[in-house]
Ligand binder design. Structure first.
Ligand code: GA4
Length: 330
């Protein structure tokens, strides 16, 4: 049996508890992608929330469970073993510190770069060790399945928006050079200090910089999304489903029609939460600007053109909660 020593809260920041929301919280759209008319629901969800849940995604549960099991095994290793992976700057293992500008959370994680070459070539040397071969194969299988799912979703967005070609968005994440990331997060059960009023930040509020994020978690709650009025809605966990986030780059490509959703994760007092997220980004040199196909007559671009590489460079200088797109608004 593995016994984990109780982690200490240290300098992890607290999340201000919000006043109870008296009106009924709106539901999160649940979309079955193979259902007729799914495209229109996808577009509506991207416009209103920038977030929805996908069922009937076709990714076998075994493949998902295998990666979860490997992640749980990894996070149960002694701290010194985990740190051998190397710090997440930007790819590697991180604990409590997020990014490099002072953000902290009640979380530990592995960040991995996705390259067109199988994992052997990727950033984390430990994955090439023979003992890591089952972890590596679970990651590779999961990554290619989830990337395909991201494509199906991006193609249904294009279809719902009635723009062609159908792969106008998906080609950006399918490109050999696409700059995508896989993140495994572990939120250990958190000893709740009294001052926290039961609310400790697992991962602080932010929007994702990429085009699309595809998230899957175990059965532990914690994820919340923010509505336009600034209130937070808790997302019921569903280990069999995937959750889709619109990222900043897709907000730009649609000239603000799709909303890059602010979200955060609160720590749980009792159970640990494990999540795995694929962030689909464009190739480094890709120029991002609103698609002219989507512009109505007389509509002006809300953003100045920039390359993905330029956006990332700026993003890594910001703190999680910052409004990163603000710097690129016209
Ligand atoms: C948010 C989305 C992804 O998790 C991530 C994060 C990245 C990191 O954890 O290193 C960033 C964050 C994310 C946005 C602003 C910068 C960069 C931490 C941070 C403060 C991997 C990403 O691409 O951007």
């Amino acid at each position: 049996m593995v016994v984990l020593t109780k982690p200490s809260l240290g300098q992890v920041s607290l999340t201000r508890p919000q006043k109870p929301n008296h009106h009924h919280p709106p539901g999160i759209p649940v979309i079955n992608l193979s259902e007729p008319g799914a495209e229109a629901l996808v577009v509506r969800a991207c416009e209103e929330l920038g977030f929805f849940k996908v069922t009937d995604h076709g990714i076998p549960m075994e493949l998902i469970a295998k990666l979860e099991e490997e992640a749980v095994k990894f996070f149960a290793l002694p701290q010194t073993e985990k740190e051998r992976v190397g710090p997440a700057s930007p790819f590697g293992y991180g604990s409590k510190n997020i990014g490099c500008n002072g953000d902290t959370g009640w979380v530990e994680y592995l960040l991995m770069e996705i390259t067109s070459k199988p994992m052997s070539h990727a950033s984390l040397a430990f994955l090439t060790e023979p003992s890591a071969s089952s972890f590596r194969s679970a990651l590779n299988e999961y990554m290619s399945a989830v990337r395909k799912l991201a494509c199906v979703v991006l193609e249904s967005m294009a279809e719902g928006l009635k723009i062609e070609p159908r792969n106008i968005f998906s080609k950006l994440v399918m490109d050999e050079e696409s700059d995508s990331v896989l993140r495994l997060n572990h939120y250990p059960p958190c000893p709740m200090p009294e001052a926290s009023e039961g609310v400790v930040t697992g991962f602080g509020e932010h929007t994702d910089p990429q085009i699309i994020s595809v998230l899957r978690s175990n059965d532990t709650a914690g994820l919340q999304i923010s509505l336009r009025d600034g209130s937070w809605v808790s997302v019921l966990p569903d280990r069999a489903a995937f959750f889709i986030n619109v990222g900043d780059s897709l907000q730009v490509l649609t000239n603000g029609r799709f909303r890059s959703v602010r979200h955060r994760v609160l720590a749980n007092g009792l159970k640990s939460r494990v999540s795995m997220i694929y962030f689909g980004g464009p190739p480094s040199g890709e120029r991002l600007a609103p698609l002219s196909l989507l512009m109505r007559e007389g509509e002006e671009s809300h953003y100045r053109e920039f390359t993905w590489c330029e956006y990332k460079r700026c993003a890594y200088k910001t703190m999680l909660a910052d409004n990163r797109l603000g710097q690129f608004e016209k």
